[in-house]
Write a protein that binds this ligand. Sequence first.
Ligand code: CU
Length: 103
Amino acid sequence: MKKVFAAFVMSMAVAVPAFGQHADQNNDGTAIEVRGTINSIGPDVVNVSHDPIPEIGWPAMTMDLPVQPDAKIADDVGAGDTVTLMLVKGTDGMYGIGAIVSD
Ligand SMILES: [Cu+2]
């Protein structure tokens, strides 16, 4: 009985991935959504510590992300804030900040 329960819990974990609703977004040009904390913010680069992004195979990490030219960044966002990042692929094929949404 214990074994059956464990299998059930595992199947639930697979059935409800945190980012499942975005699974195909890296292929159709729309944004990938991830939570992260802003370490520093500049006009061209934002340094963030972001959660894992399973749909593009990224672990949690601290990194610089380029700010896309048309990025929408909430006015009240600053260093130390935990925010929702919308990542989009730039013309160079690298992911960058498409938008930062504050809580
Ligand atoms: Cu990263």
